[in-house]
Design a protein around this ligand. Structure first.
Ligand SMILES: Cc1cc2nc3c(=O)[nH]c(=O)nc-3n(C[C@H](O)[C@H](O)[C@H](O)COP(=O)(O)OP(=O)(O)OC[C@H]3O[C@@H](n4cnc5c(N)ncnc54)[C@H](O)[C@@H]3O)c2cc1C
Length: 403
């Protein structure tokens, strides 16, 4: 559709992702006229691929503690006013079947498409115009405060502009830096963006090991001394490590610190005070080291970790010290990542619009009335597990109530 140009509404929302659609349906539901400009040919592309096609659409336990931000308290207000239960109520009202996979993570039973369909149905009911194939190319603000957005397919004017253009991760799915550029244009500060929830890459011997074990997954935990607990899977890849445990830890690596280390406990279910291998040695185990290790580790991992000690001997022939050292290594496998797989593989972008320049209750820019930023574009980033969508819904709703 090419609407009349200029097309005048109360509100322009820039981006038809999770945050933009939630904002649009909320403000449209209040009787405001809204147009959503989306440069892709369809709305909600990230929703469609999320959660392996089943969209982990929220997390029942979401609190501010699940988010990274330079201002950790900023997200509290929006999260408190639109909770996981609010989104669940919407999902249930549309008859979308869902289940809790684990740890409060809610997924569709069927397909992520159902989440996009419910958001679009709500937008239709609220008479929101969602215009795909509309790339916002230039934004200006008139002296009376009105906003003009130019696209190749026409000009749009409104009293308020909500920027919901996401972060720069996964450019193939719409990631762009337009939110940051607009923030700078209107004087807001930016917390330097960086890839989050991203696979880690390694060099040298660690890379050789990862490549050899590529495709193998195993449960691991962060050792007790770590600041954030997790107990999730680690996946070996041709370039390094991935899987939920690694994605989670990647967001907490200090930016730019090439000496930063990550530590994994590869025996997360073993009692911490147990001396597993030393005890087996004392019992005079006849089994070979690799086969003893494979009682608790995938066979290929067991073989790879036993190899430096020579894995084809009965356990009783090893020195207790060497076995204790191996067990320590498995419980505290410490590595120094060479880097990450970067934005093309990062589920989220950390950093973004500096929250010191936004009102937490409304998401409006403190110094620019009528300008709002929501969703991943803002310096609020969730852990893995449905927290990022919950932030998109909550921040979109906060702006939608205010705009
Ligand atoms: C592979 C993958 C899986 C994920 N799985 C999950 C999950 O299961 N659970 C979870 O909570 N989170 C998940 N995430 C994270 C989650 O998808 C994002 O945090 C969330 O989509 C952010 O929503 P948003 O609306 O802020 O931004 P986006 O969803 O990125 O939407 C921004 C929109 O703005 C549009 N846009 C950009 N520039 C312009 C422009 N110039 N003009 C017009 N439109 C523009 C884009 O095309 C896009 O549609 C996943 C992310 C990825 C990449």
């Amino acid at each position: 559709m090419n609407p009349p140009s200029p097309f005048e509404t109360d509100v322009i929302v820039l981006g038809a992702g999770a945050a933009g659609l939630m904002c649009a349906l909320t403000t449209g539901g209040r009787g405001r006229s809204v147009v959503v400009l989306e440069r892709a040919e369809r709305p909600g592309k990230k929703i469609l691929v999320s959660g392996g096609g089943r969209c982990n659409f929220t997390n029942l336990h979401a609190t501010a503690d699940n988010y990274l931000s330079d201002q950790p308290d900023f997200c509290r207000s929006a999260l408190a006013r639109y909770t996981p239960q609010d989104f669940v109520a919407l999902v249930e009202a549309h008859g979308v079947a869902y289940h809790e996979k684990k740890l409060g993570q809610l997924f569709c039973d069927g397909s992520s498409r159902e989440i996009v369909e419910l958001l679009m149905a709500e937008c239709r009911d609220a008479r929101v115009h969602v215009l795909t194939g509309h790339d916002a190319q230039a934004v200006t603000r008139a002296e009376d405060g009105a906003w003009t957005v130019d696209t190749a397919r026409g000009r749009f004017r409104a009293a308020s502009l909500v920027v919901a253009a996401g972060g720069v991760s996964w450019p193939k799915l719409g990631g762009s830096d337009v939110a940051y550029r607009l923030a700078r244009q209107f004087g807001l500060r930016i917390v330097p963006p960086r890839p989050g929830l991203v696979p880690l890459t390694f060099g040298g011997e660690t890379l050789d090991l990862c490549a050899e074990l590529s495709g193998v997954a195993l449960p691991c935990a962060r050792p007790a001394q770590g600041t954030r607990a997790f107990h999730e899977n680690l996946l070996f890849t041709h370039r390094g490590l991935s899987g939920p445990a690694v994605l989670q830890i990647s967001s907490y690596l200090p930016p730019g610190d090439t000496q930063a280390e990550v530590t994994f406990d590869l025996l997360p279910d073993a009692p911490p005070d147990e001396d597993w291998l030393a005890d087996a040695h004392r019992r005079g185990q006849e089994a070979h080291l690799a086969s003893v290790l494979s009682e608790r580790l995938p066979t290929r991992v067991a073989q790879a970790f036993a190899r430096p000690l020579g894995n084809a001997r009965p356990l009783r022939q090893y020195s207790p010290r060497a076995l204790a050292a191996l067990e320590r290594r498995l419980r505290r496998w410490t590595l120094r990542p060479g880097g990450t797989e970067g934005y093309p593989k990062a589920e989220v972008t950390l950093g973004g619009i500096d929250t010191r320049d936004l009102h937490g209750k409304t998401m409006q820019a403190r110094q620019v009335p009528g300008l709002f930023f929501i969703g991943e574009a803002v310096d609020v980033t969730g852990q893995l597990g449905g927290f990022n969508f919950q932030w998109a819904w909550a921040s979109g709703h906060a702006a939608g109530e205010a705009v």
